[in-house]
Design a protein around this ligand. Structure first.
Ligand code: ZN
Length: 599
């Protein structure tokens, strides 16, 4: 990743903020339009069993205000007021920018003034401060912003006053940073907030004024605490990382190439990537271990792509998918007449991968004779076609993968120990998705974009309930399963509407814990509105969207097939028709849209 430029680039900020907000003011502000306080509260959910709290897709912390006060005091005492103030202002800025991003992505078409007000509500929801707007007026096209607010119950003042008493300077530094971060990120122009009265100066409540940087005139001192470079790094980093909606869906080039992209930011994922980057440049044999569906082939492809062999072939073989009798000829090639049916000579995968990388997936399923030949190829760099007499030199880097414990297979006598040590030169363990849960939102976004494009659909993103369900789900099938869920959601949801739980999951996949949310009273409750029954949901949609009878029938058939895990006979029984009737109706329904789209 490129080192962030140390200069402010407001163009960068503007670039990612899009054009959602144009103008608004407090005189025309109407309470209750989305995102309302209830909408925002619904985005906060607790996962008490696994140590996580989320605000939409952002992980949050609930910790003691006094602990924050303690940290704040230590910062001031060790670094001095000025540097401590800078650190806290910038941390606040990050928080505000993140919240702006959340609002922008969840409510891309929200009422401008309500989107703006959401920042004050999130600040309150997060327990920091109660915000009351006195007046605000903004027009992004004219580049004007003017706002005045009262801050009550400022947590930062509470802590500051406990530690230092009443003084002569305002003390709500991180809160000022938050307001600056939220509004600047939302509007794409530098809007600077100043606290003109503060409880730490003896005022009853704090009063803050926000103004376009140009209107303030001299903002050097404000910028000193914000330390310019933070704008740029904030503007760039989170955009690609946490987007939960699919805003523009502009066609990205080479969708097929993107099929093997690896996506993540969790520490478990980073650690695997770090190992991969280290070993890629060498010639070492790499062994990927991990459960099915964790993306071993995607990692192998990346390894090849960043290695010195990148311009040579990458050949993948799934050893489990090839019958035992054919695996040798597949890997090493065959000479004409070697056996009945071998009517011509052809090269094996080793030969085809010459100069490049050979990826052997599920290597643990190779037969013992196959293992012997593989070992020789690895040791000697030579292969011999089945039925052949010549030995052929090959220069192949072997990358293997297994989802079984190869050492256990060695102990059980099913895997050659010498081959195990040949393959296990540089093992990389890929963690299951449940151990890198922080990546779930990134993957959701990644697959939402990809599948929407692939299926030519336009869902707007995910409902809060759907995000919650995904964050709680165990993903026994790992990334592949997540991808399937999103694909199903993209196909099932209506264009222009978000993907909901019922579009992705069958009820029995979800635990009751999934639906723990924060209720209107501010306490943890089970979700008050569980996903509607599928048929009911279908009928409601039909009512609302004017779905045609064939479309409803098709959805009903698909629901039944999904509920029966793809078993057509069972689904047909549920529907009270024969299997043949079901198959015919499905085929008819699914052929029609394809014909219309000319595919
Ligand atoms: Zn204050």
């Amino acid at each position: 990743m490129a080192k962030p430029d140390s200069r402010i680039s407001l163009a960068e900020v503007a670039r990612q903020t899009g054009t959602m907000l144009r103008r608004g003011d407090s005189a025309h502000y109407r309470d209750g339009l989305p995102p309302s306080l209830a909408d925002l509260t619904e985005s906060l959910f607790f996962s008490p069993g696994d140590g996580r709290i989320w605000l939409n897709d952002q992980r949050m912390l609930l910790w003691h205000s006094s602990a924050m006060g303690h940290l704040r005091r230590e910062l001031i005492d060790t670094l001095g007021v000025d540097r401590a103030r800078g650190l806290l202002t910038r941390a606040g800025y990050v928080s505000g920018a993140r919240d702006a991003q959340l609002v922008r992505e969840r409510w891309p078409n929200g009422d401008a003034a309500s989107v703006f007000m959401a920042g004050t509500r999130l600040h309150a929801l997060e327990g920091v401060v109660k915000v009351t707007p006195l007046a605000f007026d903004f027009d992004i096209d004219r580049g004007t912003y003017e706002g005045e607010f009262l801050w009550e119950h400022s947590s930062e003042d509470d802590e500051h006053i406990v530690a230092y008493g009443i003084g002569t300077e305002a003390a709500c530094w991180s809160q000022v940073g938050y307001a600056t971060g939220y509004v600047t990120s939302l509007f794409g122009q530098l809007v600077v907030f100043r606290e003109v009265e503060c409880r730490s100066m003896g005022a009853g409540v704090c009063r803050v004024i926000g103004r376009h940087a140009a209107a303030w005139g001299d903002v050097d001192e404000d910028l000193r605490y914000l330390q310019a470079r933070d704008f740029r790094s904030l503007a760039e980093a989170p955009a690609s990382r946490t987007a939960l909606t699919a805003p523009a869906l502009e066609p990205t080039p080479e969708v097929s190439g993107a099929r093997h992209e690896i996506v993540g930011a969790s520490s478990a994922f980073n650690s695997a990537c770090h190992q991969l980057d280290r070993v890629a440049r060498t010639q070492a044999t790499v062994l990927f271990t991990g459960e099915s569906g964790v993306g071993k082939e995607a990692f192998a492809r990346r390894l090849h792509r960043i290695s010195a062999r990148a311009d040579k072939p990458f050949i993948a073989v799934n050893c489990a998918a090839i019958p035992e009798t054919l695996i040798e000829s597949e890997l090493f090639g065959v000479e004409r007449g070697a056996y009945t049916g071998a009517s011509s000579s052809r090269p094996g995968r080793f030969e085809r991968a010459d100069g490049g990388t050979l990826f052997l997936d599920e290597v643990g399923t190779l037969s013992l004779p196959g293992q012997g030949k593989l070992l020789r190829a690895l040791q000697e760099g030579e292969v011999e076609r089945v039925g052949g007499t010549r030995t052929l030199k090959v220069d192949v880097r072997v990358v293997a993968a297994t989802n079984v414990d190869l050492q256990g297979e060695v102990r059980a006598g099913r895997f050659r120990e010498d081959l195990f040590y040949r393959l296990n030169v540089y093992p990389i363990h890929l963690p299951p998705l449940r151990e890198r849960r922080d990546d779930v939102p990134l993957l959701m976004n990644h697959f939402l974009r990809r599948e929407s494009q692939r299926h030519d659909r336009r869902p707007t993103g995910f409902t809060a309930r759907a995000v919650r369900a995904m964050l709680h789900y165990g993903f026994p099938g790992n990334i592949r399963e997540l991808q399937n869920l999103i694909e199903r959601g993209v196909i099932s949801a209506e264009d222009g509407a978000p993907i909901d739980v019922a579009h992705m999951f069958r009820r029995e996949q979800l635990s009751p814990e999934t639906l723990l949310a924060i209720g209107a009273q501010g306490t943890l409750t089970a979700d008050a509105t569980p996903p509607p029954g599928r048929l009911l949901a279908l009928l409601q949609q039909a009512d609302a969207k004017g779905l045609s009878l064939p479309a409803i029938e098709h959805r009903l058939l698909r629901e039944a097939v999904d509920a029966a895990d793809g078993n057509l006979s069972a689904a047909a029984r549920q529907l009270g028709i024969t299997r043949a009737q079901l198959a015919y109706r499905l085929q008819r329904a699914e052929a029609a849209p394809r014909r219309r789209r000319g595919r």
